[in-house]
Design a protein around this ligand. Structure first.
Ligand SMILES: Cc1cc2nc3c(=O)[nH]c(=O)nc-3n(C[C@H](O)[C@H](O)[C@H](O)COP(=O)(O)OP(=O)(O)OC[C@H]3O[C@@H](n4cnc5c(N)ncnc54)[C@H](O)[C@@H]3O)c2cc1C
Length: 387
């Protein structure tokens, strides 16, 4: 039976997060935009408050110290956080869900301090020559008695400068397949204090000011065997466990930003006058508003249905791919049209539209480009037919 009502707990999370976003984050957006960094004290305050409100590790199971929230509730929270450009910064970071694979000493050394907010994690998969084609990665981990010796370079690694460690994906061997030899990928917990690890400044990015991307160099980094996360050669299983929910988070952020841009455009159309009347009276302005509101509604339905499928245990990779593809491309269309609605003012920093437009660009690239999402969706359609 379909039920679109929110539970009392979901309403409480939505209200709490909304108030947190509006009172404690939105007033600092301009500072973040102009300085490209959050003041340290503000970052500490927001993180503390996020922990107090139960938002910090709400994505992890209760038995691991997390909030144990279902995917629908998580997406409702992401939609609230996603309205502000501060959400990606330190304050709204949640631990990687793949940390739930931690075992033994990994739990006390990495998982638990991360859940408590004492350590921060980041994820290192992409390399200068291996982006969409992750299996082409050159970063290698070679077993050396009870240690692993790691060499290689990762780039585009988000927020490494404010992290304590990364979940690193590296090649640990090869397997023979019908299509030739394929690299076997494994995951490791690499502390940035480990000898041979270097965290470099990354590139200057048009999207998301204050959210750094970094280059990580691993030069003969020796880490003990117990730091391998999950099973040797099964790194892709971990990547896939992370990618689905992460793609849905990107979709939720995109819907949130589109709603914010739409609200501004709607008010502008209802108040701005040209040729002696409100510009919303011109069909050239009002019909796109109708299309924008419809696209946002469809995106919300797609997002929530996919989250619901995660909760039912029936979600497929193509479901998350569809949600990411549609919601991120919808955001691009809505942000662009919102600027058109506001005319020249749309491009000025006085309105957040130009920022939403700039920030929206990366959503179609990270966590799998739009082309890769189309590849996943079409593969899901064709494979059952033997193609
Ligand atoms: C700001 C930012 C932060 C990031 N943060 C992280 C992070 O924290 N950790 C991390 O590991 N990675 C991170 N990434 C990497 C991100 O996931 C990759 O940029 C993304 O997966 C694309 O890889 P690429 O940039 O190398 O592009 P490429 O793979 O080189 O793709 C270039 C173009 O070719 C297309 N293409 C490639 N293969 C195919 C194909 N099979 N079919 C059709 N078209 C194809 C792509 O769609 C794209 O249009 C980040 C990226 C950015 C920009």
């Amino acid at each position: 039976m379909l039920d679109f009502n929110l539970s009392e707990e979901q309403k409480m999370f939505v209200e709490t997060t909304r108030s947190f976003v509006e009172k404690d984050m939105m007033p600092h957006e301009e500072y973040l935009e102009t300085k490209d960094i959050l003041p340290t004290e503000l970052g500490i305050f927001l993180k503390k408050k996020s922990i107090e409100l139960g938002l910090h590790a709400c994505n992890l199971p209760e038995e691991l110290g997390g909030g144990g929230l279902d995917a629908v509730t998580l997406m409702l929270i992401e939609k609230e956080l996603g309205r502000t450009s501060l959400a990606l910064a330190e304050c709204a970071h949640r631990p990687l869900n793949i940390l739930s694979a931690c075992q033994g000493k990994q739990v006390t050394e990495f998982l638990e301090p991360t859940v408590r907010g004492e350590k921060r994690d980041c994820i290192a998969m992409t390399e200068p020559e291996a982006g969409s084609d992750l299996r082409g990665m050159k970063c290698k981990a070679v077993r050396d008695k009870d240690n692993w010796l790691i060499n290689g370079v990762k780039h585009f690694i988000s927020q490494a400068t404010v992290s304590d460690y990364c979940v690193l994906f590296a090649a640990t061997g090869e397997e023979e397949t019908e299509k030739g030899n394929k690299k076997l990928i494994s995951a490791f917990l690499v502390d940035f204090r480990d000898s041979g690890v270097e965290v470099e400044q990354g590139y200057k990015n048009v999207s998301h000011r204050g959210y750094t991307n970094n280059i990580l160099n691993f030069n003969n980094v020796r880490i003990p065997d117990w730091r391998m996360l999950g099973t040797e050669g099964q790194g892709f299983q971990l990547i896939n466990k992370w990618l689905g929910p992460t793609r849905l988070t990107v979709a939720a952020t995109s819907v949130a930003r589109a709603e914010r841009a739409f609200d501004i455009a709607l008010k502008y159309a209802a108040t701005r006058e040209q040729f002696g009347q409100k510009i919303g009276k011109f069909q050239g302005i009002s019909f796109p508003l109708a299309d924008m509101s419809l696209e946002i509604k469809l995106s919300n339905l797609l997002l929530m249905e996919t989250a619901w499928k995660i909760d039912q245990g029936t979600v497929k990779p193509e479901d998350c791919a569809m949600a990411k593809l549609y919601c991120t491309e919808m955001l691009a269309r809505v942000a662009d049209q919102a600027i058109q609605t506001a005319g020249g003012m749309g491009l000025m920093e006085d309105l957040p539209l130009e920022r939403i437009w700039r920030d929206s660009r990366v959503e179609r690239i990270w966590d799998g480009t739009s082309e890769i999402q189309r590849h996943i969706i079409s593969r899901g359609l064709l494979r059952p037919l033997g193609a």
